[in-house]
Design a protein. Structure first.
Length: 229
């Protein structure tokens, strides 16, 4: 059977060689090209050399020299490349911390490689969608092809998850959306963490939208809706 190649390159960052090989084997079987790094410092070096071709990063938290959080912070200073954090910790607070820093996905070890691949594919499918559409809402401009958001003509920086959450809200303008519905549609899988993850993302989006953040309404006991009046 001929292997279907993709244009996506994935950087796997983990200090456990066996873990890197396991993930690499599953991803290369799907046609992805792979780059590897065994610690945080090496990850930043590889990223700087190849950032123009890297489509997604799988990033372990606990690593020597430089941990995953530090790597994440540095990459997020100038890039919105999708990042999935891999960690042995399953604590809710760690997940909230990761999302605050701009993590797009969060997977706790041990995990099923097939599930990991499915989440990688889901994120890349969303980021690679060619939606030639610009929507405007009272000073908010969303360019779906360029995946950019402007407020009063000035572009704001949103993580992938923040962008997807905002576009989901505006695509369902004037509809009250429960937290469960938001999780199922934006996170795109059965999320086992606390729904406060959504509240954390909404808070950051409102802050970035400035005065326009008022268009995201809190519906007590339900969730949120986007409403322009």
């Amino acid at each position: 059977m001929k292997l279907k190649m993709t244009n996506n390159c994935i950087l796997i960052v983990d200090d456990e060689q066996r873990m890197r090989k396991l993930i690499k084997d599953f991803l290369t079987a799907k046609g992805y090209s792979i780059l590897e790094a065994g610690d945080g410092e090496e990850a930043l070096e590889v990223y700087e050399k190849s950032k123009n071709k890297i489509s997604l990063i799988l990033l372990d938290v606990m690593m020597p020299k430089l941990d995953g959080w530090s790597v994440l912070r540095q990459i997020r200073q100038n890039s919105k490349v999708p990042i999935i954090m891999l960690t042995a910790r399953g604590e809710e607070q760690d997940e909230l911390f990761g999302f605050e820093l701009g993590v797009d996905e969060y997977i706790s070890k041990p995990f099923s490689p097939k599930i990991l691949v499915a989440r990688v594919e889901a994120i890349l499918k969303r980021t690679n969608q060619d939606e030639k559409e610009i929507k405007k809402y009272e000073g908010i401009e969303i360019d779906k092809e360029g995946r950019t958001v402007k407020v009063d003509g000035k572009q704001i920086e949103l993580s992938l998850r923040e962008y997807e959450l905002l576009t989901y809200l505006v695509d369902n303008e004037n509809i009250a959306l429960s937290r469960d519905k938001i999780l199922n549609n934006v996170w795109n899988y059965d999320y086992y963490g606390d729904s406060r993850t959504i509240d954390s993302h909404i808070k950051k989006i409102r802050h970035k939208l400035g005065k326009k953040g008022k268009y995201i309404k809190t519906i007590r006991g339900i969730g949120y809706k986007f409403e322009v009046k």
